[in-house]
Structures are given as structure tokens and as C-alpha cells.
Write a protein that binds this ligand. Sequence first.
Ligand code: BTN
Length: 329
Amino acid sequence: MTNLKSKVLKLLKESNDFLSGEKISEEFGVTRAAIWKSINSLREDGYEIESIPRRGYRLLTSPDILTYEEIKDYLETEFIGRKIYYYDSINSTNIEANSLADQEEEGTTIVAEEQLAGRGRLGRDWISPKKKGIYFSIILKPQLHPMEVSKLTLLGAAAVHLALEEIGVDSKIKWPNDIVVNGKKVCGILTEMSSELDMTNYVIMGIGINVNLEEKDIADDLRHKASSLKIELKETVDRRKLFSQVLNKFEELYLPFKKNGEIEKVIEICKDNSAVIGKEISVINGGNIRKGKAIDIDKAGELIVEFDDGKIERIFSGEVSIRGKEEYI
Ligand code: BTN
């Protein structure tokens, strides 16, 4: 958004009454035509702005979009989400974040209203219909050994869980990267990184939340295991509030981790709200499937599984997929 447009929007938001074009143009030292152009461009973005000759302009409603202007009033962070690249449509926010990561500061966030080639884990697609979900990627630059990066996926999952709790939604975490409501997946996390042998250059934390998707937006073959908040709660959820809450909670958990490696709280959240601990599961690693029971998550964030042959092993999140014995969980 241009500087002028964003200043005009701010003024309209702060005012309960009409603002004359003349007054706004004087305030910013620009022509009335420039103001008119900004107003029209805001209308194109979905802002409903009433205009009455000789009285001026008045903001009636703001659109449900995930721009910085629309989320900043809910944002409590220092650096996560303080710089936002916003796209109406994009291939994948993770791809964009990867190409911006070297030049951008930590916390820069790429968000899109729709993704045409949204990516999931293990080479899958992530269906991203327009303005129905929240699709975003945060650029992170922690000083972390590459082996430790998987802890960030748990941190992301814990942040989404807390954000949902904040808006009154009860969710479970399916280790290591899915968020589940009423037994169905409503959010997935794709963590990608660029690293040297023993040093991480950057991490991309890609989060996709199915917020207001309808049944028809979910592929037939996924409906038994995937859902949206709207389907489960039977009401529309404010994407702006939820997006800001995830950024807030993410920073709250990330700061102590970045500074002192503190991950205890994250693990506690993942354990207390686990969708898998105590359940019979299948651990799928490539073509290899092993059955057992998830018994715990250890201090390092690894899942402890007692396999049917009696062996107890720690599972590193890497490339495994966890399935309930019969179902998704
Ligand atoms: C999964 O569960 O398989 C992970 C899904 C991750 C989807 C998000 S949406 C925003 C970001 N951009 C992508 O292309 N993928 C992640």
C-alpha cells in the first residue's frame, strides 16, 4: 500500500464523522485528485467508503483482508509480522519467503489471500482457496544447529494452539505439525531451511490454517480427515484476529527459545494437548510402516513410541508420517 493511501486509511479509521477531501488534502499537502485516487484504490481493496458532496468521505466497513493495516491493531509483537509482504494471489508463500530470506530481517512475514501452488509436507499440495484460509510464512534467523530446527515446528504448532485457545477454540496437536479440531486437521506447518553442515542460515515457517472453508472446498478424498474451523464451529471466524494472535503467540514462545534455547513450555503445550499420546499409531517412513503406541514427547521434542514388537524408540520428526491405526488420529 502506498504511503499516502495508508495515511488516508488511518485518518478515515480514526474519524467517526465525515472528512472533507479538502481537509485530507491539506493535512497531507497533496492535491484533492491524489486523495480521490487513494479513496478509489481503497474501494478496490474492499473498503466501503461513503462519499457525500460537500461533506466528504466516511469509512463504513473494512474488508476481511490480511494486510498489515488490518491486523496491526491486534498485533502485540516486537518483530514478528512487523514487516508484511501481502499478496492477493501467489504461487506459494514459502517459495516467496525463500527468495526474500537473504535480504530480509527476521520476522518478515509473507501472507497471501490465495496460493496457486501451496505446498504441504512430503511433496503434497496445500489447497488454498481465496480469502478462506490463512496462508503465511515467517522468515526466521535463529542461531541454531540444523538438527535443532525441527523444534521450531513444534513451536509453531504450540503457537497456533494458543492462538485458537485465545479465540475460544479447543484444539489438539498431532505431533509434529498438524493442528486438529474435533479429530480433523485444520492446520498444517511446513518448516523449510537453508543451512550449512553445522549452521542454519534461515528458516521458513510456513503455516496454513483452514479457517472459513466450506465442505465443497475440501477434496472428497480428504473430508474424513481434513476440515475447517467454520465447518467444525458452525460459524465464520475473523481471519484478521486469528492471524495476529498466531503471530503474537509465536513471538511469545520464540523469544526465549532464540535467546536461551528454552523449549520446555512448547513441549509442555504439545504434550498436554497431544492428539497422539496414548493412542495406537502407525509410523510411516517412506514405504516402511510400523505399528505401536505413542507414549510421550521427550525434552528434545521427539515422540517416544512403544512398537508392537516391544521396542521403545524416539522418533525424530524428519520424514515420518503418523497415522491412527485405522483413521487419521
Ligand atoms: C502440511 O500439513 O503438509 C503442511 C502445510 C503447510 C501449508 C502452508 S500454507 C503457507 C505456506 N506456503 C506453502 O506453500 N505451504 C505453507
